[in-house]
Design a binder for this molecule. Structure first.
Ligand code: ADP
Length: 260
């Protein structure tokens, strides 16, 4: 706590009493600490690829460029690290965009096939990613659905982040997307037969930069920001996300989207 004491003086300047103000600053401190950690994380995540790019460019300039096979290998590393930086910056911008913002569109989406349409826009990316890993993608969406309180772009971003994760953390088997209409919400289920998430880590995966296996996420091009983007996006429109998982069996994310 933080406290402040002010004396109450009489007309003659004698102390008659005191006003004590006590502030509970627990929440403020917690937010300050989260902000400091976030800045430290961003700096670290940006510096790692930059250091690598700088090192390889210097080595090339020092003569490695004369050896064609070395040159190509180093240029490929530089390209991969540049892509990584780009993804990170894109994710940071999305996060800043959705955080603490009202994401409800002014008009409700009343086109019955909007989930299908949102899926069509990301389908090529997901299918080619899954195909490269030999994973089946099963999408089962009803022909018509009641109106939703979500814009089409937000819905595409949501589907992309969750389906990409499902494929990213699965080495064999399948990933699926199903929709079910409830009285207040439309429930989307994103499932996979992937590596699963240890139970004690489940509450933390929506935190910014939290990754169960840092090396695995990085190797697959992850930034550790995808789920926090999804969470903020949903919070801004009255939606919810929950997860169940079993190690070595798979993971299911359920997204509840409020009906209009
Ligand atoms: P990343 O860019 O690392 O994938 P996310 O914020 O999207 O970051 O996810 C955070 C972490 O949650 C991931 O690093 C991974 O450990 C875990 N995770 C997310 N989705 C899945 C999934 N479908 N299966 C297993 N682990 C997952």
């Amino acid at each position: 706590v933080q406290s402040q004491i002010n004396p109450i003086l009489s007309g003659q300047g004698q102390i008659r009493g005191a006003v004590i103000v006590i502030h509970d600053v627990t929440e403020l401190r917690r937010l300050e600490q989260m902000r400091t950690e976030f800045v430290a994380n961003v700096s670290h995540e940006l510096r790692t690829p930059l250091t690598s790019i700088k090192g390889f460019v210097e080595t090339l300039l020092d003569g490695a460029a004369e050896d064609p096979s070395l040159r190509d290998r180093f240029l490929k590393i530089i390209q991969a690290e540049t892509l990584r930086l780009q993804r990170l910056i894109d994710d940071l911008l999305s996060l800043a965009h959705f955080e603490g913002r009202d994401n409800r569109p002014e008009v409700t989406s009343d086109n019955a096939s909007y989930v299908q349409k949102a899926y069509e826009t990301i389908k090529p990316v997901i299918l080619s990613f899954a195909q490269a890993k030999g994973i089946k993608v099963e999408v089962d969406l009803p022909e018509t659905m009641p109106p939703l309180l979500i814009g089409e772009n937000l819905l595409s971003q949501l589907l992309l982040n969750l389906l990409e994760n499902a494929v990213k953390y699965t080495t064999e088997g399948r990933v699926w997307l199903q929709a079910r209409v409830g009285p207040d919400y439309i429930h989307l289920e994103f499932g996979d037969t992937g590596c699963g998430i240890p139970e004690e880590m489940l509450p933390r995966i929506f935190e910014r930069f939290y990754r169960v296996d840092k090396a695995r996420s990085r190797e697959q091009g992850g930034t550790g920001l995808g789920l926090s983007i999804v969470k903020h996006l949903l919070e801004g429109m009255g939606g919810k996300i929950s997860v169940t998982s079993q190690l070595g069996v798979g993971t299911i994310f359920t997204v509840d989207l409020p009906r209009a």
